[in-house]
Design a protein around this ligand. Sequence first.
Ligand SMILES: [Zn+2]
Length: 496
Amino acid sequence: MTPAWRARQARRAGRVWQIGRAGRMGFTAIALLVGARVFQTSVATQAPNPGAPANFVTIQAPVVALTHVRVIDGTGAPARADQTVVIRDGAIAELGSASSVAVPPGATVVDLTGKSVIPGLVMLHEHLYYTTGPGVYGQLGASFSRLYLAGGVTTMRTGGNVNGIMDINLSRRIAAGELVGPAIDATAPYVNGPSTFLQMHVVNTPDDARQHVAYWAAQGSTSLKAYMQISRAALKAAIDEGHRRGMKTTGHLCSVTFGEAADLGIDNLEHGFFPATDFVADKQPDICPGQARGQQMIAALDENGAPFKALVQKLVDRHVALTSTLTVFETFTRGRPLPPGLDVLTPPLRDSFMRAHERVEQNQQSVYAALFAKDMRMERAFVRAGGTLVAGTDPTGSGGVVPGYADQRQIELLVEAGFTPVEAIRIGTLNGATFLGRDTRVGSIAQGKQADLVVVAGDPSASIADIRRVETVFRNGVGYDRAKLVESVRGQVGIW
Ligand SMILES: [Zn+2]
């Protein structure tokens, strides 16, 4: 027995132990003698996959008929009572009043008396990471993708990331049916200038920006997100390089004003009007004056005055969509209810958020006291002027914006902002799908469209809080159990 042979045996033993653990099964001595390629195949075919869609399915059949259901179709039209929705091969085959649509023979019938269906939510400022410590962002895509689906989100765009690979891999594996979750439009890592963020790449020049976009497009990213320290020149290069490749750019900006970004051809701006630095009098080009200064100016701005109206008109004229993310700002605002979903977090993350919440509650000087309601009014003004409002949640800040739960909360907050429930649902469904160019397939409930539907108890067109009462989420015609999805991650969100 040579030392080399013993080392080889030890390596093999180690490999078998790892495989045995991963596969929760023993391997025979014969397996030891075969090559590494066979081991890899064994792992791929035999390891349990706790994220497999099949683990969460409640309704799956060639033909499913949802009967006696209230349909809120996502177009902003009034709800229609007592409808039949026939799902065949993942698509909506028929849709109409219970008296006009016959249930096909052999269909699996689900009586939804007293319940409603809305389109699967299409949310555009989501993340697969979360603030896990001061300035540190943990990659939580494995649990988040289940929570998003549980909350009724069937399509989402990530609003930037500090990793890149996780968004792309989750998007691909969900699309391939290997993991459960929504369809993901995966952004590249933030396009940003020099900053203090430890996990962010630095884009200094237009050339850097083009290379960043080209690299991440080649990896599989399909959208771009610019950030607070980007220069106008680098932003312009990223937007143009993205457009050349069919990718849209959004931005959480500061160094570049909303008006400048609109002139540069940006497609979308994030966070309502909270980050706009257009009204900072001594704003230096390409320099972020501090998010707080921008917000003080917004808080002091005359929302009926000519400067704000001119900015709104520019965004409308240039077809720049605006993403409402009221959920994250609600966590910064005193006197607001605790956000939903905190119970799924790990205890340390829950405690950390509760301490942040306590500080918010004690801060009597905070700009958000006035700004939260003011931004709601400004978002309404933008829509009245003909602007396209889309929705997202932004699970960042000091925590507390919990995927899925926050998506429902965001729709509720749009209603608080003054939209009707069916208008708010449209903002969170068809508007998002239209922005992503996916509206021929998803975003509303119509014959021929993909069967992405959320079954909720009650009537969210009358009482928007019912949007929280999700029971089943259909994606591609397969019904997933909300409770199973949530229970599979409870207490773990913060670890994976
Ligand atoms: Zn964000």
